[in-house]
Design a protein. Structure first.
Length: 115
């Protein structure tokens, strides 16, 4: 049974930074590519960034050069460093496996960017 627990969100002013963490419980973490997703009110969940088993990364255009995804296999944790945050980054952020998500999603962590 895989469990994903996200944390690190909060309220931040535009231009600020946050670091999100996602702790994976279960087996096989190092074998999985992982992704960060976000869902804003009234919108569909979207992929923000992903990281492969060998560290290759992908970013959606709107976060390139601002967000950095990383992973620590020893801690079975994936991170998302978010800099230069904008109001449009406001959403609930989730992590999950890529390309095929686990059936069970975590509770997510709320990120609110507002002055």
């Amino acid at each position: 049974q895989v469990q994903l627990v996200e944390s690190g969100g909060g309220l931040v002013q535009p231009g600020g930074s946050l670091r999100l963490s996602c702790v994976f419980s279960g087996s096989g973490f190092s074998l999985y590519a992982m992704g960060w997703f976000r869902q804003a009110p009234g919108l569909q969940r979207e992929l923000v960034a992903s990281i492969g088993t060998y560290g290759g990364t992908f970013y959606t255009n709107s976060v390139k050069d601002r967000f950095t995804i990383s992973r620590d296999n020893a801690k079975t944790t994936v991170y998302l460093q978010m800099n230069a945050l904008k109001p449009e980054d406001t959403a609930v952020y989730y992590c999950n496996r890529r390309p095929t998500a686990f059936d069970s999603w975590g509770q997510g962590t709320q990120v609110t960017v507002s002055s």
